[in-house]
Design a binder for this molecule. Structure first.
Ligand SMILES: [Zn+2]
Ligand SMILES: [Zn+2]
Length: 287
């Protein structure tokens, strides 16, 4: 099984791999550019070489990138929408260059235009993206399930399924489940029976084959709160049984499981959370 965390690229993309190693990750998620700016600094050959060398020597893979928080391809404002589209396209290209197989993005916010209109704007953009990107690219674009905070879209499995279908249903369109988000959106996962029901509903509505990444975060806010506040595993309202359900689900054995929980510079919190996760795996499910 592959366990890991989101690691910072401060100082260069190669540093995320080193941080992953320090944090005992098998695999990591990282940004492919500064996440708080529109501008994307070019990655030169030297940085790229060091990045691939680190992956090889340290044995830590990069399962996914997470796109910039600035991007909103649902935006009704033409310039922000265009800027978002261009930024997302550029991130797909950067993932291809960095050989990262997945790019997770937040579907977007309709900011008052209404859910259907927002989703249709998203679909139009995603469809165009796949028409414009080279056929030979290998990067999957993953809709992240959201908590439904504010006017954020993608907080039900039905909405995600609708967007995949209406974006053209490309085989490189996938989904990232974030445990904190779906819990806050009202999907129960802590009790084993509830967990089974939630996963069955995901499979029925979206299809498990679309699931590529799981974000493993506990929640600072209550069930159904629609608030997105990550907490350390076992310290929030979700509780450890949910994570136990997930790491022992034979259907999810091949899905990278990534922490997005708070941490200090020494990454001690990641080390601790990964120890907890690995400790939840029952002997039978270990491989
Ligand atoms: Zn996210
Ligand atoms: Zn997440």
């Amino acid at each position: 099984m592959l366990f890991g965390a989101h690691e910072s690229i401060a100082g260069g993309v190669f540093n995320a791999i080193e941080r992953g190693k320090t944090a005992t990750c098998d695999t990591i998620q990282m940004f492919n550019k500064s996440n708080s700016q529109w501008r994307a600094k070019k990655i030169d050959q030297k940085e790229l070489d060091k990045y691939f060398k680190n992956i090889e020597e340290l044995g830590v893979t990069v399962s996914t990138s997470h796109s910039s928080y600035l991007i909103n391809i649902a935006s009704p404002k033409p310039d922000l929408n265009k800027k978002s589209y261009q930024a997302l396209k550029e991130e797909m290209t950067r993932c291809e260059m960095l050989k990262i197989p997945n790019l997770v993005f937040h579907p977007g916010s309709h900011v008052g235009e209404g859910e259907e209109k927002g989703m249709d704007t998203i679909c139009k953009n995603v469809k165009k993206l796949f028409e414009e990107l080279p056929e030979t690219d290998n990067v999957n674009l993953l809709f992240e399930c959201t908590a439904g905070q504010g006017t954020n879209l993608g907080y039900t499995f039905e909405q995600i399924a609708y967007m995949i279908e209406n974006s053209g249903g490309h085989e490189r369109l996938g989904v990232c489940i974030d445990t904190c988000h779906i819990f806050a959106a009202g999907y129960a996962i802590s009790d084993p029976k509830d967990y089974k029901k939630t996963m069955k509903s995901f499979d029925d509505i979206i299809g498990l084959d679309r699931l590529k990444i799981i974000h493993m975060n506990d929640s600072k806010k209550e069930f159904g709160s629609k608030r997105d506040r990550h907490e350390h595993l076992g310290k929030g309202f979700i509780g450890l049984t949910a994570f136990e359900n997930i790491v022992n689900d034979p259907k999810l054995k091949k899905i990278p499981m990534i922490l997005e929980t708070p941490k200090g510079d020494e990454l001690l919190e990641d080390i601790e959370n990964l120890k907890i996760l690995r400790g939840l795996v029952k002997k039978k499910a270990k491989n």
